[in-house]
Design a binder for this molecule. Structure first.
Ligand code: ZN
Length: 277
């Protein structure tokens, strides 16, 4: 039974990853994800169904367009494989149930947002706002089902309370970041944090709660700072490097830290707090 569940999750994850690749390519550029149908970004030739099978087509075509032979790009197989791995991970972590589906959705949307920010420095509202809405719904639904299982008469009451708590976590996170953004702009006379980052952090807070958001921010800031240092060092080595401030896609690090905390946030927090006992 478990083998069937893993194979199903793997195939579903590959298909979901393929769909998210379309979202990553089109949503930051404000293009429809329905029309036109899949086509090569270089020669615009339509992609036939046989060339649109997740992962397999990339391998068979050796990463090149059948018509113009231009490289398809490693992001496509990477996202498909990563979403498949996250889907299997979510099912193994929480079970082949609604919670597993919710976790899969959460991690996949975060991965898509991480790729969007890394590629275009944009976090589309069409991905961050559904993530926020789903987070509140998930918290409320989870509390509702839990109370029903326990046989108490407080299912609606509990759902409302937990949904409200998730919304408050999102609002508190957004407000904290907006204040930090305002202070940074006041001191440096330029924006350091995009509004997309604020919405993304608020959405992650609905799923993970305020305590785990501290771990998310810590990991995102450390990983972002390390990447910036490495990028700056590499830029100085090249004589033809562009001048001006270095742009780091902070949303990518926030989203990846969010995925990490879904699986290992509690363990990390417990490990950290054990030093203060
Ligand atoms: Zn082509």
């Amino acid at each position: 039974m478990l083998t069937f569940q893993i194979v199903f999750a793997l195939l579903f994850g590959l298909a979901l990853g393929s769909f998210l690749n379309v979202c990553i390519s089109r949503l930051p550029r404000h293009r429809s994800i329905v029309r036109p149908a899949s086509h090569c970004p270089s020669c615009r030739a339509p992609i036939a169904t046989r060339d649109n099978i997740p992962l397999l087509s990339f391998i068979l075509l050796r990463g090149r367009c059948r018509d113009c032979q231009k490289s398809i790009g490693w992001r496509y197989p990477f996202v498909e494989l990563a979403v498949a791995a996250l889907t299997v991970g979510s099912i193994l972590f929480s079970g082949f149930d609604l919670e597993g589906v919710a976790l899969t959705l959460f991690c996949s949307l975060l991965l898509a947002l991480a790729a969007c920010d890394a590629e275009t420095m944009q976090l589309p509202d069409t991905l961050t706002l559904p993530l926020l809405g789903l987070g509140i719904l998930y918290r409320a639904g989870d509390a509702f089902v839990g109370e029903l299982h326990r046989g108490t008469a407080y299912a609606w009451h509990s759902a409302l309370l937990l949904g409200l708590r998730a919304a408050i976590s999102a609002a508190a996170t957004a407000l904290t970041l907006l204040i930090l953004r305002w202070i940074y702009a006041l001191i440096r006379h330029r924006q350091g944090l995009g509004l997309g980052d604020v919405k993304l952090a608020a959405a992650i807070a609905t799923w993970l709660g305020a305590r785990q958001m501290c771990v998310v921010f810590f990991l995102a800031i450390v990983a972002g700072a390390l990447t910036a240092l490495i990028a700056l060092a590499l830029r100085r080595r090249r004589p033809t490097s562009p001048e001006g401030p270095l742009a780091v896609p902070f949303g990518t690090f926030l989203a990846l830290a969010g995925i990490y905390c879904v699986f290992l946030g509690q363990v990390t927090l417990r490990w950290y707090l054990s030093f203060f006992r």
